[in-house]
Design a protein around this ligand. Structure first.
Ligand SMILES: NCc1[nH]cc(CCC(=O)O)c1CC(=O)O
Length: 354
């Protein structure tokens, strides 16, 4: 790491004031840095005496922009290098997009909290110059090109709008929006997470929010989308206590239920599982899930409502809905995706879905 190692905690000797420096690991993107700024501002309100040091690092996903995401198997692409630094005591905490967190954490790492969730929905961003012509996916003409490298987004949109075409679109938010807007770009629209655009001050580019009841069909979001998860070293009680008051319980319960679906179906962030969690009166959580084939031609859906008050209940609820998805036909769809990934493991060609 380029950042000089500081002692995380300096125990005060008699007469000295206690000084705590928290080294925060993060990716280097504008979104990741905006998230860390928000985390620091919030933690400073809770703990005015604590100092923070931002330690940005590149992840595997940042370094390899060519290999199709789903071929990696979606395990820890955004998190592995930061976690190695955490275990090596070069960092004290890591701020992750909850969406990028694998469902099982590596040895020595533990989840300290989920913070209040941003808008979890996906959105449509229209190419500059076309905004007056098209506002929604339904407005797009036959053959219009949608930019996304998420099989979940592609599969769900294909399911409802078979007339559209899809092209891979990678990079951080700024890069993607620039590629979209380039005069010679083939894209008409991009699909992005609302949270990323909200957090980086680009709300103005959103022309449609996609959701369950989007006209023409539903669009469910990725597990954890819009949430932040903060990871610490296992056994670091000081960091754990510092972060506990920052947890948003309703977010934690909803995201744990979503993650439990993912864990049960053994899917990484790059397989087409969509979810939606909505709190209803009386601490009832409505959990909806879908698994869609890459071609968008087959799908399994499931939904249930339960009163949820503890993490254990949330996890059990996610397992139940995962089982409902399997009962409704999810397994053959997942098997086909895994077989395709296995068959192309050694190839690193850019993946452009047909
Ligand atoms: N996989 C990349 C990633 N991880 C988190 C976000 C957005 C912010 C969030 O979901 O919290 C994005 C970009 C995107 O999907 O548009």
């Amino acid at each position: 790491m380029s950042t000089p190692a500081t002692q995380p905690i300096i125990t005060p000797s008699a007469g000295e004031t206690q000084r705590t420096v928290v080294r925060i690991g993060t990716r280097k993107s504008a979104l990741a840095l905006a998230q860390v700024d928000w985390v620091i501002a919030s933690l400073q309100k809770l703990h005015p005496g604590v100092e923070f040091e931002v330690c940005p690092m590149l992840s595997t996903a940042d370094k390899d922009k060519i290999t199709a995401l789903y071929k990696f198997g979606g395990k820890g692409l955004w998190t592995n290098e930061l976690e190695a630094a955490l275990v090596a005591n070069e960092l004290d905490i890591i701020v992750h997009c909850a969406k990028d967190m694998p469902t099982a954490l590596p040895e020595g790492c533990t989840l300290a909290c989920f913070t209040e969730r941003e808008d979890p929905r996906d959105v449509v961003v229209v190419k500059k110059g076309l905004e007056d012509k098209y506002k929604t996916l339904a407005d797009l003409p036959e053959g219009a090109v949608v930019g996304t490298s998420s099989v979940r987004r592609m599969a769900q949109i294909k399911r409802r709008y078979p007339k559209l075409q899809f092209r891979d679109m990678r990079g951080n938010i700024d890069t993607r929006v620039k590629k979209l807007d380039a005069e010679d770009s083939e894209y008409s629209v991009l699909i992005l997470a609302a949270a990323g655009l909200h957090r980086t001050g680009k709300r103005g580019r959103i022309s449609q929010y996609l959701e369950r009841d989007t006209e023409g069909g539903s669009m469910l979001y990725a597990v954890g989308q819009g949430g932040l998860a903060i990871e610490t070293r296992a056994g670091d009680t000081k960091m754990y206590e510092l972060l506990r008051p920052f947890e948003d319980e309703k977010t934690m319960l909803a995201i744990e239920a979503e993650r439990s679906i993912m864990r049960t179906l053994e899917g990484g962030c790059s397989i087409p599982i969509g979810v939606e969690t909505k709190w209803q009166e009386g601490n009832k959580l409505r959990l909806t899930g879908c698994v869609v084939s890459i071609a968008g031609t087959e799908a399994a859906d499931a939904e249930s409502v339960e009163e949820i008050a503890t993490r254990e209940q949330a996890v059990a609820f996610g397992k139940k809905v995962a089982q409902m998805l399997v009962d409704n036909g999810a397994q053959p769809i997942l098997d086909a995706i895994n077989a395709d990934r296995e068959a192309s493991r050694d190839k690193a060609e850019p993946w452009v879905p047909a």
